[in-house]
Write a protein that binds this ligand. Structure first.
Ligand SMILES: [Zn+2]
Length: 185
């Protein structure tokens, strides 16, 4: 009996193994066909990593001047949304799996040569208010949430490392209040 049950289990295992391989056999070609059919638009491809040095050079180039002029990169961007009022939060991300997944990517995602880095101060300055010295809200600039977080990290790092300056609130003290008044006594 023990032999029989062993035999049975052996047959079952073999059957299962065959079934699994057959399933794999039918699955693999289907995946390959899917990959071949995908043709990525080179304009929407964001898998290429652009070094910060290139971005810094781009910020001073003629190509940049022609496309943005003196205005900040977010100035001419308009958010695309349903209805009259824009939602409070901007899009979560513009790039999914290395490809732009939206028709209206945010000012940073649409131009692949704009790299948020603590050394790229010319770009970071555009996102700091000249009146308050604080970082502009994503609601105003239109950056997606992912890029806005990257921006906050880059600006904080630039402040920390001294690439960007910031004003410390100045307070005038009346030092006479701190000393004893000897004449009046
Ligand atoms: Zn974006």
């Amino acid at each position: 009996m023990a032999l029989l049950s062993n035999l049975n289990s052996c047959i079952r295992r073999k059957f299962l193994a065959e079934a699994i391989t057959s399933v794999r056999f039918y699955c693999e070609p289907a995946d390959n066909v899917g990959e071949e059919q995908k043709q990525i638009d080179p304009l929407k491809d964001r898998t290429k990593i652009i070094p910060t040095e290139t971005s810094i050079k781009y910020m001073q180039s003629k190509a940049y001047e022609q496309s943005y002029g003196d205005k900040p990169v977010w100035a001419l961007y308009r958010r695309n949304h349903k209805g009259g009022l824009a939602p409070r939060k901007t899009r979560k991300t513009c790039v999914r799996n290395g490809i732009i997944s939206t028709g209206n990517p945010c000012p940073i995602c649409r131009d692949e040569y704009l790299v948020l880095d603590h050394r790229n101060t010319k770009l970071l300055e555009q996102f700091i208010s000249e009146h308050t010295g604080q970082v502009l809200d994503a609601f105003k600039t239109g950056l997606c949430q992912k890029k806005h977080k990257e921006l906050l990290v880059a600006i904080e790092r630039a402040w920390d490392q001294g690439n960007l300056t910031y004003d410390v609130p100045f307070r005038e003290y009346d030092y006479s209040l701190y000393y004893k008044k000897e004449n009046t006594q």
